[in-house]
Design a protein around this ligand. Sequence first.
Ligand SMILES: [Zn+2]
Length: 630
Amino acid sequence: MTLTSVLNYFLTFSITVAFVGCSSLKNINIPSEIQAKIDLINVQEDQVFIEITPPKLNNTEIVFYIPQIVPGTYEYSNFGRFINRLQALDNKGKALEVTSIDENSWKISGAKKLSKITYWANDTFDGPDGAQIYPMGGTNFEKDSTYLLNLHSMIGYFDGLKDIPYRLEVLSPETLKPFTSLPVFSSSEKNDVFLAQRYFHIIDNPILYSAPNAVSFDLDNIKVGLAIYSPSGKHKAENYQSAIQEMMVAQKKFLGQANNTKSYDILLHLMDMNDLQYFGGMMGALEHHTSTTVVFVDDMQSEELTQSLVDVVSHEFFHTLTPLNIHSEEIHDFEYNKALMSQHLWMYEGTTEYFANLFQINQGLIDAQDFYGRILEKVQFSSRYDDALSFTEMSAGIVDEPYASNYANVYQKGALINMCLDLIIREKSSGEKGILWVMQNLAKKYGTEKPFKDIDLINEIVEMTYPEVGSFFNMHVIGNTPIDYTTYFAKVGLMEGEVNSPLPGILFQNKQMPFFRPQANSDGVVQYVVTGLNSTLESLGVQLGDLFLGLNDQRFPEIKPENGDAINAIFTPTFMWGANKEFSVILQRDGQELTLSGTVGEPSAIVQGLVENPDAPQAAKDLRNSWMFN
Ligand SMILES: [Zn+2]
């Protein structure tokens, strides 16, 4: 999975605002298939009707499950809470006794007579609990305009029957077409039939129904598809084809033989601002074996959406390496209703995120300064989380506290752990090998069908490489000693220095901090005081010490935690503003109110960054070269 950096910026604001106040039984017969039917035509109260027909059962009772947890999300989702009015029926339509075991499982008595289970499924994009589900792993039912079907929130499985095939029939409005990597058995105007080899494939292949807006193209030996649902209709799939193409060709080159994916589908579901607010600014993507679901906001400018797609889809595509081709038994035999987590999030998410940045400099998609900026940003963002937490311990316990609230660090420190390992291996091998070489070899040895033993992985990597790699793991990944990144930067001739950094919006003085800070005045009233500037604000004439009262025509309500959402609602749209957007800030200076206007342009600021040390020894420069370009 990935959460986009927009989330990081958004968190910056949430944090600012928040601190504003002063301070069973196995089935033994050999069944044929499970039939599942979803009706997207007769939607009632934003819920869709679902029928599940199991094969003939010999059990006296059987448990039906909707997943509590699904691969790639590392949190309790409890999708059973979106299921209503569940009934078990015999072949005469008579109800059998159903006992709810917990919110995700139901025990059906008289299972020998069971003909089908029926229920209504609610979507996660609205309603009371939906905001707790990552939108890229959720469902959206918008009658006659789109259906985003992450089937783990809709289709369940029977105890002991996870491995038999599913035949999935979907009734849909004529105007909407499905897009999915699930094999299609038959398709007509209003009726599509898909086949899944087993339950895992039901949840590994989400489906997007929308008005036709898709492209498909061949790259070497991989077939790529991109479908977009855009509420405004302004984002067209063909406009993003070339960027995706360039990126995936570069990824294939970077990965070399470690990749043998035959087809890859990108389901891009754009949401409007209200949905973005509903999810607290959360966007991102969830990985699958041959597809990914990406959720961004429709208001993004096309250049910004392009770069976000490149960053996020490249991350998801690198998941075809790990966990998809390199994973432990916990992931291979995934328990959807019991949390059994692997220790190796440093790899599943960390390596993936590291590669999603490294390949861009390696293949010339970004320049060196951009790459250094991304690395330093990870160092800075990772400081928001507990740095003295064993990464393996956190990973194994990730669904519960105190680990769960440190989850997002897998994209920050997780990536940096891989950078350090990469540099150690590069240094020891005179630049020849790095962490990519390790992953290529692990993928060769394991692959999609052969899991490793969770406890053995690190020793195995150390045996393949150097004792120094073992010391690093023991100290900083298994152990809880924070990493001193400066020593690693010095290895490749980098040091801190001033750089002109592009900023994610007009609200920033650097990538971490807004240009204002909440301060109480002598009467105890909290106000936003301007504490830093950027190029755009300077050109408008904003000055340090001004009071910041509002944006455009919107004034901030009283600055206190209860108004956090209302204040964020004023801030959030600024992340989507393009360079030509005109805006104004309402200020107070020396007791006088004033409004300053201008265009967004490209806000930047001189900040402390990572720069190349001209006096670094040649060996460090050589190592830097092999790190970024080998
Ligand atoms: Zn991921």
